[in-house]
Design a protein around this ligand. Structure first.
Ligand code: UDP
Ligand code: MG
Length: 147
């Protein structure tokens, strides 16, 4: 397992990264995957699929009461990917940048590649527990660390 990048497996986390439909339509899949690869994370699963409405609603259930929820569900038809690595959850959030691309620093994915919150090209899990849970939801059978 990437012995030149990771000294010990103990701290390895998993995160669920979802390139949102605008990212796929704009041809940014390679660019976004490349940023995670160059950082040193290991790709453990990848699939291109249309997210069923029920799964999108489950995924964003914490935002159910927000006025933008119906639009968000319409927007999320996705090609998801899963990564593992040391500190990958927090690190992926940094690589991705702030939710509103106007507040995202240059150098981040959203800072460089997006302009609107409602089209912010990528999702990343916000905690190790949610990383595990989301991988379980989107990649049934891939919840374990893949050697
Ligand atoms: N979102 C939106 N309007 C808002 C806030 C969020 O459309 O005012 C969307 C946006 O696509 C965001 C997603 O809902 O990425 C999930 O929101 P969250 O606060 O979890 O942001 P994230 O974790 O993606 O940065
Ligand atoms: Mg979130």
């Amino acid at each position: 397992f990437l012995p030149h990048l990771v000294a010990s497996m103990e701290e390895v986390e998993q995160t669920y990264i979802m390139i949102k439909p605008d990212g796929v339509q704009r041809g940014l899949v390679g660019e976004i995957i490349s940023r995670f690869e160059r950082k040193g994370f290991k790709l453990t699963g990848l699939k291109l699929f249309q997210c069923p409405k029920e799964l999108a609603e489950e995924h964003y259930k914490d935002l159910q009461s927000k006025p933008f929820f119906p639009k968000l569900i319409d927007y999320i038809t996705s090609g998801p990917v899963a990564w593992e690595g040391v500190g990958v959850v927090a690190s992926a959030r940094k690589l991705i940048g702030a939710t509103n691309p106007l507040n995202a620093e240059p150098g981040t994915i959203r800072g460089d590649l997006a302009v609107q919150t409602g089209r912010n090209v990528v999702h990343g899990s916000d905690s190790p527990d949610n990383g595990k849970r989301e991988i379980g939801e989107f990649f049934p059978g891939l919840a374990q660390v893949v050697e």
